[in-house]
Design a protein around this ligand. Structure first.
Ligand SMILES: *Cc1c(COP(=O)(O)O)cnc(C)c1O
Length: 362
């Protein structure tokens, strides 16, 4: 099989060294694994998320990112609470879907997929609905690539004295932020996004004082973040159930490579450069982006079909033949496709992609 780069929202292109880190078998009971790999990862994640490392802790959980979002909602929201979900895309809507499954008392403020979550609207809503106790929002809506104004949203949520849950799945590690400064109580991401690991687990970074309230709340055993955290704390990195050992080891390597690159700020800069080249050159070829530049994240970009009758499958196959896998669109209002900027992909890869697009018939 011919190798290709993944220009997708995850799983992503990973480095050779991240893949090689999976070539050893590990015993979950042994300190080599739990103390030296899992515990170090847990500490690194907190340090990446905030400078107030004493106030926060982290929990790793098997499964994809959605498992962690569901675990947080199901472990945090009790029958006495009411959750407000802010949505401008499929991942915000999925939180609503999770709340439905769990029979959670919630409201959904839905915005257009091509509009940012409106801070004024949230302010107004919270002023008129004092029964809301928690607010959940997606930072980068990977559906379109829109970046929500997290700092401003967090500010309003905190002014109203509500707890804040953030799905930072596709931004954590790629867009700088400090949980403590913003007042975020729970933040969720996964191994196979901007940290550039392979898929198999996700993680939650939580304010310790809030996590302690989660004891006994979850109606799911395997998705109980308090129970998982307590076992990891007491067992020094032990997982309750079979841990994805190879994936976890690869993740540790990915964290080391993030540090080598210069941390989140440096990675953000590379993603911005990837994005800049992609958009400038695609526009030069006549493509248009779905979103205006001021809403756009450096994570993934949606492009409109260049003309009526555009054959995405043929375009996709031609690019794949030449070494690049792109992604279909995910919204109903417009025909789009997406190109991701994250993973072990660099400005020179995007320059090459553009040459390939030029040689493609579409
Ligand atoms: C990737 C992603 C998720 C999780 O999706 P999974 O398919 O469960 O990994 C959730 N939210 C956002 C914003 C994402 O980008």
């Amino acid at each position: 099989m011919k190798p290709y780069l993944l220009l997708t929202p995850g799983p992503l292109t990973t480095s050779e060294t991240v893949k090689e880190a999976m070539m050893t078998d590990w015993c979950t009971w042994d300190a080599d694994y739990n103390v030296h790999i899992v515990e170090e990862i847990r500490k690194s994640l907190v340090a990446l998320a905030t400078t107030a490392t004493d106030e926060y802790t982290s929990v790793l959980l098997q499964g994809s990112g959605t498992y962690c979002v569901e675990a947080v909602i199901g472990s945090v929201i009790t029958p006495k609470h009411k959750l407000l979900i802010l949505s401008n895309g499929a991942y915000g809507d999925r939180m609503g879907h999770i709340a439905e499954y769990h029979g959670i008392n919630y409201d959904m403020l839905a915005f257009e997929e091509t509009e940012q979550v409106s801070v004024d609207y949230v302010d107004d809503y919270l002023s008129n609905n004092s029964d809301i106790t928690h607010v959940a929002v997606v930072h980068c809506e990977t559906t379109t690539g829109i970046l929500n104004p997290l700092k401003e949203i967090a500010h309003i949520v905190k002014l109203h004295n509500k707890k804040l849950i953030v799905d930072a799945m596709s931004s954590f590690g790629g867009v700088p932020l400090d949980m403590y400064e913003l007042g975020i109580d729970f933040m969720i991401s996964s191994a196979n996004k901007c940290i550039q690991g392979v898929p198999g687990f996700g993680f939650i970074i939580a304010r310790k004082s809030e996590l302690l309230h989660c004891k006994g709340v979850s109606r799911s055993l395997s998705l109980d973040i308090y129970d998982q955290w307590e076992t990891m704390e007491k067992g020094h990195g032990k997982w309750r159930f079979t841990s994805p050992t190879h994936v976890v080891r690869a993740f540790k390597q990915a964290l080391a490579e993030l540090e080598e690159e210069g941390g989140v700020a440096a990675r953000h800069k590379r993603y911005c450069e990837n994005h800049r080249i992609l958009v400038e050159e695609m526009r030069a070829l006549g493509f248009k982006t779905l979103l205006p530049d001021e809403f756009q994240s450096p994570i993934i970009t949606s492009f409109l079909y260049p003309k009526a009758g555009f054959d995405f499958n043929s375009f996709y196959t031609q690019l794949k033949e030449k070494g690049f896998v792109i992604y279909p669109g995910k919204i109903s209002q417009a025909d789009t496709f997406r190109i991701g900027n994250i993973g072990d992909v660099h400005p020179e890869d995007f320059a090459r992609l553009i040459e390939v697009v030029q040689q493609t018939s579409y």
